[in-house]
Write a protein that binds this ligand. Sequence first.
Ligand SMILES: [Zn+2]
Ligand SMILES: [Zn+2]
Length: 267
Amino acid sequence: MMKYPFRLFADYHTHPQGHRVQRYSRELLQPWVDSARAHRITELAFTDHDRYHPGIDLDEIDRLRERNPDLKIRAGIELDNDPETSAAGRKWIEQNWQRLDFVLGSVHYLNRADQMFDSVPDGAEQFAQGEIDQIYFDYFRRVREQVESGLVDCLAHLDLVKIHGHRPHAPMASLIGETLDTIRVRNLAIELSTAGWRKPVNELYPSDEIIQLAIEKGIPFTIASDAHSWAQLGENYDRLAEKMHTLGIHEISVFEHHRRQIRSVQS
Ligand SMILES: [Zn+2]
Ligand SMILES: [Zn+2]
């Protein structure tokens, strides 16, 4: 039971395929629904990485919905900035836009095309040379490119650049202000992701300071675990409830055909 009077009923960032192409099937997807139900999650969005779009079968999601009418199952994808694959990902999203409920935008690549900077521990190398504020500045510039793509509904792990624990010297508001303004103008959401708590930085994505700036600007939030296994669904949601309670967040966003609705989480 949760200590805080919140019902965190949604998980809007999940990877049924994990880190390889696995065609959607009943065998692959049903355990995710079963796990969601066990965690009292009644809204579940599948958001596999766009590089694995050949595995996504939207008809299979329809069949899953028919078999599990008690859950809202959202068809989504996570579009990143992979210099090799994201062009094909964008094309697939454009082609399937009408059947998708939700698109996450993310930045996993900085200057090196051959390595995601968020690989643990190897990606930390990319922070060894270079000035940390400059890396943050470059990261958020890339986030703005995702925002401006017009193809995303919500930004994933907005301050992923902190993953290995590197902290900027400049005030966060000066590094991220323009990015939050762009998100607001585009009317997008950002996610509260518990995944940061299982990474070296050991902190929610995004930080309390960024969440407070986002609240001031009126940016809405989704909640998510970024689960790469059904066993990770809703991970650390009790801790997330505590954080939301502390920061005064009492509602979350859900999406159907890219249309956002705001729902209370107070029970
Ligand atoms: Zn990601
Ligand atoms: Zn992800």
